[in-house]
Design a protein around this ligand. Sequence first.
Ligand code: ADP
Ligand code: ZN
Ligand code: ZN
Length: 739
Amino acid sequence: MFVKVIIDISHEAVDRPFEYIVPPSLEGKVSEGSRVIVPFGAGNKERKAYVVALSDKAEYPVERLKSIIAIDEKAVGIEDELFAMAAWMRHRYGCTMNTALQTVLPVKKKIKENIYKVVSLNVSGDALEAALDESKKSARFAARLRLLKELMQSESLPLSMITGKLGVSASVVNTMAKNGLVRIDSQREYRNPKAPSMARKDIVLSDEQQAAIKSIADRMHSDNPGTTLLHGITGSGKTEVYIELIQRAIDDGKQAIVLIPEIALTFQTLMRFYSRFGDRVSVIHSRLSEGERYDQYEKARTGKLDIIIGPRSALFVPFDRLGIIIIDEEHETSYKSEKMPKYHAREVAEYIAEKKKALLLLGSATPSIDSFYRAKSGKYDIEVLSNRNGGAKPATVHVADMRQELKNGNKSYFSKKLKDLLRMRLLKGEQTMLFINRRGLAGFVSCRDCGFVQKCPHCDVSLSEHAGGKLVCHYCGFSMDKPTLCPECGSKFFAGFRAGTEKIEQEIKKLMPGARVLRMDADTTKNKDDYEKILSAFSAGEADVLVGTQMIVKGHDFPNVTLVGVVAADLSLYASDYRAAERTFQLITQAAGRAGRGNKAGDVVVQTYQPDSYAIVHAVNQDYAGFYNEEVLYRDLADYPPLSHMMAVQLYSASEELADNTAAEIVAGLKGHFNDKVIIGPAKAVISRINDVHRMVIYIKDSEIDELIAVKDYVDGMSAGLDKNKISIQYDIDPIGSF
Ligand code: ADP
Ligand code: ZN
Ligand code: ZN
């Protein structure tokens, strides 16, 4: 036997393994993931190494290879921990050791010394007043006003944050500098903006918050902190609870990881953490270069940070004294990786927390069925926050039955109720958010005579109609001119089912010509900063209506939003996976949470063709427990997670025949070997082709996760001889969304 090992994670590139012989005495004892001692270099110095691959053939001439000396039993350092985690991920989710290591380890890249620019106010007193007055005069100066207001709260702000998260363009900042309103300085190290202590609202935690903090802190200080679910409605002060718990962890000399979906990592959220913890916090996000990311890891490793905030990859920041991991909005699907290894941040966090004896805190207004089930069955502790802070009342939810609207002769996208309430908001100068589910589901073009739907020739999804008569594919970007007649039957009734964001925007403009409308969807947020710009502009009152897809996010307070419309609540019910009801419930509940955060009363209008579906009924009543009880029954009946487990074996190949045959062989092999398991398929994936790659899927269900891992390893064995360039196989355990 031969192995490939990595000698030293901290110095060599991970993709440079060395080959060694496994001596007969160690055969059977060494496996992928083992730590071993090897002779290294000219002096044959003994070094610790990590096994990343095993094989019975050597790649190099055997006479030039050295042998492993021993297996290393003692694992102590942070590298051992990271390596063990990679080995666990490989086992749990199915991928190569290399892929697992690349997920877990930071890419080694030194950064050139950067110069960071910071911006601060250059005027005060009357001059500042004058500048503020001037900026209020015209909507054209909205960005300038926004920056002035923020700079009054902070000593200075990094330029990158102003042009990024605050949504103020560099040219605006430069003009302001030229006019002497602000100063731009350079510094060597990135510093978080630090608010003068005055700027932070003095918050007296409510009894409910204090009780939750006490119980959680007691567990955090115990030997077995476990996982706690914090179920608190939107605006109940969960973030304040996180901040207080982090403070207590730090007071004990511990460190904290906070996961927030990238989309919710807004200026306002970051400022809450910065103003409390200053330069002891760092943020990891997708816009960091590899060098900058590595820099953060180094700071963490050398103890220069106490808190890291970021999306799921922030879990892999090497903290030695970790005390708490917080996952905010724990129900968000972005916590599940879509690439191999297809891990869920919650599961990996549980693994890390257990190893580190740290507490795992999951927060949500609409906990995932998975987490709530675990809380109910005693696996997690649970704390509840049921009051909104500042006494804001929950919004009133109205249901609009769109079938009835049609019968009454209303053919528009808006029910009478929504139109009436929207008009009132415009009169009162209050804001409205209109939410329509993911684009791509809507906007397809079909023939009313023969039913033909225009699909992408490469991806097997329907094309969406865009302004300018173009049909576009949202997977591969394919686009074509819209035919005027149906290509199948020649009918002229060939038109779009237009309920996309763009259409809604046009409709409002037609209905209420005076309304200022902002739109947020994949088209208007092509650049990463666009998202922030739109939210900041809306939050600053630069529009009356925001039409959007993924806009139900936290992190932004919109105190002037008093109306939320869910334009087509059913769209997510049509999705073809078992979590469709859960997602619909979450969307409506989160949308409702957006209305009336200030002290004005809020309204929510849910438009639906299925007002009796349980997801919609319970969401409208804001009854989480009611929804949970029905949903869990359905999951139980159908053997879906969390009551059972499910694994998708996904096949990708340019050859449809190869994909078909391989899938059939795998199913036959599994049926022969695991006759006690539910095996479904093979079937074409919901999207059976992307970029001319065919996709097949096989589902296996079992109540025990370890049984599914055994199935995965068996499939790995069966497929070992396949040409990886022609067909690839991936695993997704307890998948989210449809494949
Ligand atoms: P969540 O994270 O649950 O949505 P937040 O922590 O963002 O809630 O709180 C919502 C708003 O209420 C924030 O503006 C926050 O500063 C404020 N808030 C939270 N707790 C209190 C409190 N005890 N007293 C006053 N305001 C509070
Ligand atoms: Zn037709
Ligand atoms: Zn396509």
